[in-house]
Design a protein. Structure first.
Lengths: 267, 185
């Protein structure tokens, strides 16, 4: 019988019929090259075994509940645009597509500048944290959607800043109950917001934030450094704090515009 | 799930039922996500690729004639979407630690955490050192446990090619992970 390299994997997995398996076994017993090859393959196959833990198990039930909803939303948005034949348009699209960080930085810079000039609402993190503890939705009243969004973004920002600045001592765990509880509240707030008529960018940000908040909400009461670091990496990679600041500026601008508009109407 | 039920759902989707589509997504979303993650090694990308694959399923379901099983068809779409994603981010590959680099291997094995080596992390990194097709075959055939024929249908290549890539891929995994084996023995 010729070398049995092609049948080795099936042989190892017990997938061959008995006659074929016996033939392979007999060949391996008499062929040093195939015997050595089988050992190498066997070790490789055994070493890869731990990967059988499924990545989807890292996601929560809430995540999977939303997954199908997000797919349907993407379906409703329609298929992706086809490539234009206009070279100028292509260049612009290519810049927007492949250099999103520059575009974001440019747009962000402009928006922050506008926001600083027109609003200049400077609050320290400590002030905001104290506000967060005392302030919620207005009692008995319905908060306008822009105010509700601003409130949600501000609370999320404070939570993420706190997490980013946290320095847990190596090898020791940190009490995460307060953060998990806040994350759960924010997820609930996001669910309410998602049902309202909000702009697309805010919607995208809420979804992005939700992933981090769900991770936080599902965290053990006492977390260790690698767990915290995992979430921090997510915050950094998604550039979350910057995106939140941008959204806040946008919401503040929208609220001020509405207020100005009302004032003009009253006059 | 029974094939008859799946056929019925697919028929309803072809007639435009969003409800049936949602049911189909819920049945296969974890499977699609796991497969995409095997390729892209990143939760956000896996989510995006899996969702993108389902959007494609919705828009091209009319071309699905049912000659192969739906899972095989979906696997093919997810695999192609994952490979496209990898091409797009090829320039970013440096962010992964190359474990065949002796210095990085030393760094990984000499940390204080050596006692509790995260085997899964090493496996995932090693897997992403494999050439794309080898990786695809190792994921589909060895990790997901699909048959050689199904993998050949998904990747649209011969069964012989699948066997060759699997053999080479597992051998390479063994050499990449030799240090883990030595560390634990």
């Amino acid at each position: 019988m010729k070398h049995v390299q092609d049948l080795m994997y099936e042989y190892l997995q017990g997938e061959l019929d008995p006659v074929r398996a016996k033939q392979v076994q007999e060949h391996i017993a008499s062929c040093n090259a195939c015997f050595a090859e089988l050992q190498v393959l066997k070790e490789g196959a055994l070493l890869v075994r731990p990967l059988s833990r499924k990545p989807s198990e890292h996601r929560s039930e809430a995540y999977w509940h939303n997954f199908a909803v997000h797919v349907q939303q993407r379906v409703q948005q329609g298929p992706k645009k086809t490539v234009s034949t206009d070279p100028v348009r292509n260049k612009i699209e290519s810049f927007l597509t492949y250099q999103p960080q520059r575009v974001l930085a440019l747009v962000g810079g402009l928006a922050v500048l506008v926001a600083l000039i027109t609003i200049a609402p400077f609050r320290t993190v400590q002030e905001e944290q104290s506000l967060m503890l005392t302030e919620g939705s207005p009692a008995g009243g319905v908060m306008p959607v822009n105010a509700e969004l601003s409130n949600y973004f501000r609370k999320s920002k404070i939570l993420l800043i706190g997490l980013t600045n946290m320095t847990p001592p190596e090898g020791q765990t940190v009490d995460f109950r307060a953060e998990s509880q806040t994350a759960r509240k924010l997820i609930q707030q996001a669910r309410v917001l998602e049902d309202q008529d909000i702009d697309n960018r805010s919607q995208q940000l809420i979804w992005a934030l939700e992933k981090i908040l769900i991770e936080l909400a599902n965290m053990e009461d006492r977390a260790n450094l690698p767990d915290v670091e995992l979430i921090r990496t997510g915050i950094r990679q998604e550039n979350m704090l910057f995106k939140i600041r941008m959204a806040e500026a946008q919401q503040s601008h929208a609220m001020f515009s509405t207020a100005d508009h009302k004032e003009i109407k009253q006059q | 799930m029974p094939a008859a039920r799946e056929r019925e759902i697919i028929l309803r989707i072809k007639e435009g039922s969003h409800e049936a589509f949602r049911e189909l997504v819920e049945m296969h979303m974890r499977q699609a996500y796991d497969l995409a993650y095997g390729f892209v090694n990143d939760h956000d990308d896996a989510e995006d690729v899996a969702q993108e694959a389902f959007v494609k399923v919705f828009h091209s379901i009319k071309s699905f004639r049912g000659e192969a099983g739906f899972s095989t068809w979906l696997y093919r779409i997810v695999t192609n979407a994952s490979l496209d994603r990898l091409k797009q981010r090829k320039r970013k590959t440096n962010r992964y630690v190359r474990i065949d680099n002796p210095e990085s291997m030393q760094a990984m094995t000499s940390t204080a955490a050596t006692d509790s080596i995260d085997l899964t992390m090493h496996m995932e990194r090693a897997l992403h050192e494999l050439p794309t097709l080898q990786r695809a075959v190792v994921i589909l055939r060895h990790i997901d446990g699909l048959s050689t024929r199904t993998v050949s249908e998904i990747l649209q290549c011969s069964e012989g090619t699948v066997k060759t890539h699997l053999h080479r891929g597992l051998k390479k995994m063994r050499s990449l992970l030799q240090f883990v084996k030595e560390g634990t023995s």
